[in-house]
Design a binder for this molecule. Structure first.
Ligand SMILES: C[S@@+](CC[C@H](N)C(=O)[O-])C[C@H]1O[C@@H](n2cnc3c(N)ncnc32)[C@H](O)[C@@H]1O
Length: 313
């Protein structure tokens, strides 16, 4: 009965907020999620991440199934639980370093990502361009010897490092990167931290460094509660949103123009972008709060963005 009068999104926010307040919340959250969600991946999920691989390849003038220029070095921000995008870029010849301030990877999840990529390639549903790496990936999968995360990823050209991307000074291997990417990550980072990361990426990126970011701008709570839509969080006043927003599931509520501003301020210039926008009707009837009530509707309606940026002159 109580559950039927409570909004599902609010229950999720409250539970996560309580956990976020506990000492060692990030490690605790990681342990709980590991326990509750055994390694599981679907082909559809992997293909949705493969779409990001394709977008990053296009960002550097290539495409799926075409090898990247020899020696291409990629830096990914926000590894997450399954290294699908790093493996996808490595299977196009890149040397990939992926950084995350939390270590979510484990051998079972890495193997699962490798297995699904191998199966999808065999079924002709994804194309790769580094045959020797693909062969090595399949050898690793069939070899019964137990291997750690590093032993699985390093032979394929992927290095996963624990690091906060605002300071890469201790990681010289990230310096000189040609392509700096993120996937479903920027929206979870506060604007001032984002500015620090973009500044650091400008510092460590090679002379012709390019950034390629896939951003999900929609209210992530809409995925848990069919009664709210992707713009619901723009109706919550700052004080209420502070209660709903917590560091474990943090959402910055930045709009596309905000990302443009942070990029501009940190020395990056947007060169291309692909946007997914909803119909204006989706905003009808919503009591938007400041500053969203004064922002152009076209800005607010963007729910997904793939943004490519080069160093400003
Ligand atoms: C939502 S996950 C996205 C994971 C993955 N890219 C994907 O597509 O599934 C965002 C990740 O970014 C990491 N992250 C957030 N801020 C970071 C920072 N300043 N430096 C490094 N990693 C960060 C988080 O720990 C989290 O694992």
């Amino acid at each position: 009965m109580a559950a039927s009068v409570l909004n599902r999104w609010w229950v999720k926010a409250a539970a996560q907020g309580l956990l976020a307040a506990a000492p060692g919340a990030t490690a605790l959250d990681d342990r709980i999620r590991r326990r509750l969600r055994p390694p599981h991946l679907t082909s559809d999920y992997v293909l949705s991440k493969w779409h990001h691989v394709e977008s990053h390849l296009v960002a550097v003038g290539g495409g799926t199934g075409a090898a990247l220029a020899a020696g291409t070095r990629v830096l990914e921000l926000g590894t997450g639980w399954f290294p699908i995008v790093p493996l996808g870029l490595a299977l196009h010849g890149a040397t990939v370093i992926t950084v995350d301030r939390t270590g979510h990877l484990d051998p079972a999840r890495v193997r699962l990502a490798m297995q699904l990529l191998s199966d999808l390639e065999a079924a002709g549903r994804v194309r790769t361009a580094a045959p020797e790496r693909l062969a090595r990936l399949r050898d690793l999968l069939t070899d019964p010897a137990p291997r750690g995360t590093e032993e699985l990823l390093e032979p394929l050209g992927v290095t996963a490092l624990l690091a906060d991307a605002t300071d890469l000074s201790g990681l010289p291997q990230t310096h000189g990167s040609d392509l700096l990417v993120s996937n479903n990550t920027l929206e979870h980072i506060p604007a001032d931290v984002l500015a620090g990361i973009f500044t650091e990426f400008r510092r460590v990126g090679g002379p012709s460094a390019r950034m390629s970011h896939y951003i999900d701008l929609a209210d992530h709570y809409a995925g848990f509660d069919p009664r709210i839509n992707e713009f619901h969080f723009l109706t919550l006043p700052a004080a209420r949103w502070r209660l709903a927003n917590n560091r474990l599931g943090y959402q910055n509520r930045l709009q596309l123009s905000d990302y443009h501003r942070v990029l501009h301020d940190t020395g990056w210039q947007v060169t291309t972008e692909q946007l997914t926008s909803r119909n204006r009707r989706q905003l009808e009837g919503l009591a938007l709060v400041a500053p969203y009530d004064a922002m152009p509707r076209e800005d607010l309606l963007v729910v997904k963005a793939h943004v490519v940026a080069d160093r400003s002159a």
